[in-house]
Design a protein around this ligand. Structure first.
Ligand SMILES: Cc1cc2nc3c(=O)[nH]c(=O)nc-3n(C[C@H](O)[C@H](O)[C@H](O)COP(=O)(O)OP(=O)(O)OC[C@H]3O[C@@H](n4cnc5c(N)ncnc54)[C@H](O)[C@@H]3O)c2cc1C
Length: 313
């Protein structure tokens, strides 16, 4: 059985940054890249809000650079996924998809999260051409334009408020006859002049020649007064939640209601000593590359201090 001081699961900004820090403090980390080497950012084009690149940078290139940086400082970066993790006692026993078993003194989980979509074929067709699941990432491209936000919870209200500061007009497409957000958030969106809430409304499709130009909607679906109509929009933002990649750890780690790993305040420590969580997998709030990278660094520093304290470094 292979023994490692630090096993890092995931190759987004959190995983690679953890690998860079852990390598530089001589933890000789092993990192598994999983089915999406480079993580979520490999599904976008230019990233303009990662510091250090004054003109933005191609997100795939950024992730390749992070991979190479981790390798250059000594990380053992491997293809493949971790398919089993027994965190019941230290050292933790993990297995990769080829059946290799690893005994890890510390584990850094950086498996990320995926945005939920409605499941319409048009979302796929227009992804990156008007369809987005991140207002903070893409809102800037819709300055003085018209956008729609799908969802009626806190996140949807926050995204709508954020976009209302950039866009000319924001529609909120809400399936229910009410918002599920906290009262203060509801009040804010209702009072915001350029936000119009479309209650009892579902999206059935999107249209446009070169990118999104509008959405086909249905009001009061299945009722006598059902009504189909279109709105003209330039951007379609999903805000119906994220699914964190925590299947492997269910029943072992403390998770919140949505499945995000709960970490200690101002720390990446989980409820299990020696197991750390960094990036989107433990972040239902910010979900940004730079935040993921920051928490990746924290996780590696915390793992190093833990091993130092245990005399296992
Ligand atoms: C289309 C799009 C555009 C975005 N634009 C921006 C932007 O402009 N600016 C910004 O800051 N953020 C942006 N984001 C958000 C950003 O991508 C995320 O916040 C960031 O990637 C989170 O990094 P992470 O390291 O936590 O995980 P992720 O990037 O989600 O990576 C998770 C990693 O875990 C791996 N993994 C999962 N399960 C396993 C397993 N069992 N074994 C091994 N590996 C596993 C995957 O293969 C993947 O490598 C965007 C996201 C999307 C989807």
């Amino acid at each position: 059985m292979e023994k490692v001081k630090t096993l890092i699961i995931g190759s987004g900004p959190a995983g690679y940054t953890a690998a860079i820090y852990a390598s530089r403090s001589n933890l000789q980390p092993v990192l598994y890249r999983g089915i999406q080497p480079g993580g979520q950012l490999t599904t976008t084009t230019i990233i303009e809000n990662f510091p250090g690149f004054k003109d933005g940078i191609d997100a795939n290139q950024l992730m390749m650079e992070m991979n190479q940086q981790a390798v250059n400082v000594g990380a053992d970066v491997r293809d493949g996924a971790i398919v089993k993790a027994d965190l019941s006692k230290r050292p933790f026993i993990c297995e990769d998809e080829r059946g290799n078993v690893i005994e890890a003194s510390t584990v850094i989980i950086a498996t990320g999260a995926s945005a939920k979509y409605l499941g319409l074929p048009d979302e796929e067709k227009y992804r990156g051409q008007g369809v987005s699941a991140c207002a903070t990432c893409d809102g800037f491209f819709y300055r003085k334009r018209t956008v729609a936000v799908v969802g009626g919870g806190d996140t949807a209200c926050e995204e709508a408020m954020y976009l209302s500061g950039l866009a000319k007009k924001v529609y909120m497409i809400v399936r229910k006859p009410f918002l599920r957000a906290a009262e203060i958030m509801q009040k804010r969106v209702m009072e915001q002049e350029n936000i119009e809430i479309l209650f009892n409304t579902n999206t059935v499709g999107l249209f446009g020649e070169q990118g999104v130009e509008g959405a086909h909607l249905v009001r009061n679906k299945g009722e006598q007064n059902e009504e189909n109509y279109d709105i003209a929009i330039d951007g379609f933002f999903l805000a119906i939640g994220h699914t964190p990649n925590t299947e492997l750890f269910k029943g072992q780690l403390e998770l919140d209601q949505q499945g995000f790993i709960i970490t200690k305040p101002r720390s990446t420590a989980t409820n299990i000593e020696g197991v750390y969580a960094a990036g989107d997998v433990a972040d239902p709030i910010y979900r940004q590359g730079v935040v993921a990278a920051g928490t990746g660094a924290m996780a590696a520093i915390e793992a190093e201090r833990f091993l130092q304290d245990k005399g296992e470094k």
